[in-house]
Design a protein around this ligand. Structure first.
Ligand SMILES: Nc1nc2c(c(=O)[nH]1)N[C@H]1C(S)=C(S)[C@@H](COP(=O)(O)O)O[C@H]1N2
Ligand SMILES: [Mo]
Length: 218
């Protein structure tokens, strides 16, 4: 458990300080609530920075082993059938945020629109931070509680939380929920493990059933 416990938390802590500093300055200036900036979430990024992309410039690619590559704008995503979820968010390092509200489009909807070619084996996700990756099996990717999210905590997803669009995999530990989502790639054969999985975490990241910890989500 060296990966996330070591590098992630150290980088996370530094970023957290920076983000809180920024948010405190902003909220102070605007006279908004001076609460902790993002509830009890920790802000994680493995690159040491927070990549920024506006809703207007945002694109999501869906490609790989599919019949039709998709190149979607933020508006395209919002025009698709909306799925709302309210779930606990659980990081494998132990912190949990209760009753987080999410909105987005089911990943299965995007996969259906792209169409799977025969022999498709899984899905790999890429972040526009240029480093982070994740993966799911096709069965996992098609679950009703796996969404490409454009709203979190009842508002547009902030840059710190991976906006404008991030993945949200409700039944799995937070590391599956790839922030700053840029590309969804259907793979021929099983997908390569994601960033933290190459560093020792379980590929099947079911909350309460993997990584040797935690009770199932409420
Ligand atoms: N691109 C990217 N996505 C990421 C991470 C990251 O470092 N980079 N960290 C993961 C982990 S370990 C967790 S717990 C959640 C944290 O989400 P938050 O930063 O919005 O709290 O994002 C996940 N997605
Ligand atoms: Mo995490």
């Amino acid at each position: 458990m060296v990966g996330l416990g070591g590098v992630g938390v150290l980088v996370g802590a530094r970023i957290q300080d920076r983000v809180e500093g920024v948010v405190q300055r902003v909220t102070g200036k605007l006279g908004l609530e001076s609460l902790a900036p993002s509830g009890r979430f920790r802000i994680y990024t493995v690159t040491g920075s927070l990549p920024q992309r506006s809703e207007a410039e945002y694109r999501l690619q869906v490609g790989g082993h599919v019949d039709r590559e998709l190149d979607l704008s933020f508006g395209d995503l919002k025009d698709m059938p909306v799925t709302g979820l309210t779930r606990d968010f659980q990081c494998v390092t132990g912190w949990r945020v209760h009753n987080v509200k999410w909105k987005g489009v089911r990943l299965s909807e995007l996969l259906d629109r792209a169409g799977m070619k025969a022999g498709a084996g899984g899905v790999r996700f890429y972040s526009f931070d240029g480093r982070y990756t994740e993966s799911l099996t096709l069965d996992q990717a098609r679950r009703e509680d796996v969404i490409v999210a454009w709203e979190m905590l009842g508002r547009p997803i902030t840059t710190a939380h991976g906006g404008p669009v991030r993945l949200y995999v409700a039944p799995m530990y937070g590391y599956k929920s790839c922030k700053w989502l840029e590309r969804v790639e259907v793979t021929e054969g099983p997908p390569a493990p994601g960033f933290w999985e190459e560093r020792g975490y379980d590929v099947d990241a079911w909350i309460g059933r993997s990584n040797g910890r935690d009770d199932p989500p409420v």
